[in-house]
Write a protein that binds this ligand. Structure first.
Ligand SMILES: *Cc1c(COP(=O)(O)O)cnc(C)c1O
Length: 356
């Protein structure tokens, strides 16, 4: 496929001379570092070494992620959460006050927020009521102004993965940068499109340590793409966008892939349990099938159920205002005990509904 992302890059970004840090200019080993105005005595803490700037390109961490996922280091960008990758992609490819992005609601709200911050128009191609991609609507909305297309798979808040054929169709026919947000793919790993980055130079796959890895605190997001796209992201990122503590924790996390997988298995078993038990409730109309660590659930009286749960100290996400999500709450799969409490509280709500 001949597709050259360079052609879509903003002129001011092409002309930009990127910031160079001290550690860009010297990155090897040395005895004496007097190049970055650090305090050579270290921080007033006994445990950690904090005085040195971290590796601006997170080389070690990328190597470890590369071997974990079977990609090349040059295909990886790491950011301060996937949110940073989203913002940088918009800034590389979207001309403010002129270009647009395509989103498919109901979906993750950050794409629209980030686009608006960057003064980009947001064009919507709604999913069908069954939360499938509507190719006809997408085709109609893919004007020349659109530079980037966001696909969230598994989708938040609906939980479904899009068939690979839909994503390939976009990659081959849109002529746009196609961003597939796989924040929840750890819960359905065989449905990832990650390996397609080797075939499609317009594909960006996003992943994060915030969900399956249980490490939202460290703010670490990953973008995978052809090295050409990674190059543009690196060009405009803040010099030390991923801090040293985060890099260190992530290296430690990647020593424990097996433990993460054990947790995943537990979460998937709990998702099955939760779905089965929600479906037994008369106040529940539908539990949508999910490839993520949450369930979208249609209730008879969602707002009341939401309030009743809240009064019982259980917080779920009210999605009733989202397109096609009338009367729907989004419920994250918790621990065994948390899930049991949720079902018990909903059973109380059901009794209360039946008695009035
Ligand atoms: C939670 C979530 C993210 C994660 O964002 P981070 O900035 O990496 O924490 C990304 N995309 C979707 C759809 C999410 O739900």
């Amino acid at each position: 496929m001949t597709f050259n992302p360079d052609k879509l890059v903003r002129e001011n970004i092409k002309r930009l001379k990127p910031y160079t840090s001290a550690r860009d200019e010297f990155s090897g080993a040395a005895m004496v570092f007097l190049d970055a105005n650090e305090n050579a005595y270290g921080a007033p803490l006994t445990q950690s070494v904090l005085n040195r700037y971290p590796d601006p390109y997170q080389k070690k961490l990328k190597e470890k992620i590369a071997s974990w996922l079977g990609v090349k280091s040059e295909q990886i960008f790491l950011g301060n959460g996937s949110d940073e990758a989203i913002d940088l992609l918009l800034r590389v490819f979207g001309q403010p006050a002129k270009d647009a992005v395509l989103v498919m609601p109901p979906t993750y709200g950050m794409y629209t927020v980030s686009a608006q911050i960057n003064d980009l128009k947001v064009v919507e191609a709604p999913l069908t009521p069954d939360f499938e991609m509507d190719r006809e609507v997408v085709e109609r909305t893919l004007s020349g102004q659109v530079k980037l297309v966001f696909v969230c798979s598994p989708n938040n808040p609906t939980g479904n993965v899009f068939p690979q054929e839909d994503i390939v169709w976009l990659l081959e026919n849109s002529g746009k940068i196609v961003i597939v947000d796989e924040a929840y793919i750890d819960f359905a790993p065989d449905k990832s499109v990650l390996s397609l980055i080797n075939r499609y130079p317009n594909l960006v796959v996003l992943r994060t340590f915030s969900k399956a890895w249980g490490s939202a605190t460290i703010r670490l997001g990953m973008a995978f793409a052809d090295p050409k796209i990674i190059h543009w992201l690196n060009k405009i990122k803040m010099p030390y966008n991923v801090n040293g503590l985060t890099q260190k924790v992530a290296l430690d996390l990647l020593e424990n892939v097996d433990q993460k997988n054990e947790q995943l298995a537990k979460i998937l078993a709990q998702r099955r349990w939760l779905k089965e038990n929600l479906e037994k409730l008369k106040i529940v109309q539908k539990v949508f099938s999910s490839d993520a660590n949450f369930l979208l659930v249609r209730f008879e009286r969602a707002r009341e159920a939401y309030r009743f749960l809240m009064e019982g100290g259980i917080i779920v996400r009210d999605r009733t205002n989202q397109l096609h999500c009338e009367n729907c709450l989004r419920i994250t799969v918790g621990t065994e005990e948390e899930n049991r409490k949720l079902i018990e509280r909903l059973e109380e709500f059901e009794l209360k509904c039946a008695s009035v």
